[in-house]
Design a protein around this ligand. Structure first.
Ligand code: ADP
Ligand code: MG
Length: 311
């Protein structure tokens, strides 16, 4: 397999090229979601890819979904490259480009609300709290400090932004107006449970899973979790050893990139500056470390799980 893919160009109809994923239509029901090694910082995609990053995102998602399978319906059909090729032999020719970074998934109609759960107050939630004492429109206790743990965790939905725009936080009441009471309650309940599980598991590896974003979709009336799950791109992963309240936290994965960018006189608008090799290398090592620390297995030794009938 290739260590680095900046942009995949498979011979399949491209449904979507996001900041990170190239999503292809394999047939009417199935998508091949290829996680590239593109990295964004301050919401801008950087010119240099970070080796192994896409592989880490895809395999962390598979690692969680295998554990959660009995209680959480999900979109993965196959991740193991042999299992993907068994279903779609024509993908053998491009195997090097997508192996271990791609998931074959059910094509769903995505729910248009992103389900964010926050177990620590940070980022846009900290901003809102400082301004108005609220989070997702609801009053929080007074006197909270930045990065403080929230018990219980708080569900704070957001609308899915169109390309190039930022997601917008909404209240749970607004979510109910968009999706109805029943679906909103189901999504909130699932999100809280999955986050709670993830927070506990990550903590055993000295990783603080500060917050995360889930997406869900429907296929033939069946609700399932889609996209990536509890990865460093969809969540804030903080190293426990440097955690402290009353300030921002370094991120476990992107910190070398962010630190280096902060030394520059760059207005954080595209185009982003070129990253030196050492910074790219340090970032790549970080992603591999996160994988090892969380799963207990070195990335190179990890065998992707089998799902469904392949087991
Ligand atoms: N099973 C699925 N069915 C339909 N759409 C999906 C599924 N899983 C993920 N997606 C969508 O594919 C896209 C993934 O690409 P990504 O690069 O993460 O995009 P973005 O820059 O929008 O985050 C997201 O828009 C996500 O909603
Ligand atoms: Mg995404």
């Amino acid at each position: 397999m290739s260590d680095t893919v900046h942009r995949s160009d498979l011979d399949l109809p491209l449904l979507h090229r996001g900041k990170v994923r190239d999503v292809y239509l394999v047939n009417d029901d199935e998508l091949l979601m290829v996680a590239s090694d593109r990295v964004s910082a301050f919401d801008v995609v950087l010119p240099q890819p970070v080796p192994h990053k896409g592989e880490v995102l895809t395999l962390i998602t598979a690692w969680w979904l295998e554990q959660l399978e009995s209680e959480l319906p999900h979109h993965i059909i196959a991740v193991h490259p042999d299992a993907i090729i068994k279903r779609h032999p024509e993908l053998e020719a491009s195997r090097d480009v997508w192996a271990r970074r791609a998931m074959l998934v059910h094509k769903t109609d995505p729910v248009l609300v992103e389900c964010v759960v926050r177990g620590y107050i940070s980022g846009s939630a900290w901003k809102e709290y400082k301004q108005s004492g609220t989070l997702a429109g609801e009053k929080l206790a007074e006197g909270l400090q930045e990065s403080q743990r929230l018990d219980p965790a708080i569900f704070s939905p957001a609308t899915k932004a169109q390309e190039g725009e930022h997601d917008e936080n909404i209240t749970y009441g607004q979510m109910k107006e968009i999706l109805g009471d029943e679906l909103s309650e189901t999504l909130k309940d699932l999100s809280m449970r999955v986050y709670g599980y993830g927070r506990d598991v990550a903590e055993k590896s000295d990783i603080i899973l500060a917050d995360t974003k889930f997406e869900f979709g429907h296929k033939n009336g069946q609700l399932m979790i889609i996209d990536e799950v509890l990865t460093p791109d969809s969540s804030r992963f903080w190293p426990k050893e440097s955690y402290g309240i009353g300030r921002g936290q370094p991120s476990l994965d992107k910190q070398p990139v962010r630190d280096w960018l902060e030394t520059l006189d760059w207005d954080k608008r595209p185009p982003a500056p070129d990253l030196p090799d050492e910074v790219v290398h340090a970032a790549s090592e970080r992603y591999k470390d996160v994988f090892k620390r969380l799963t207990g297995t070195a990335l190179a030794e990890y065998v992707p799980p089998l799902f469904g009938d392949d087991r």
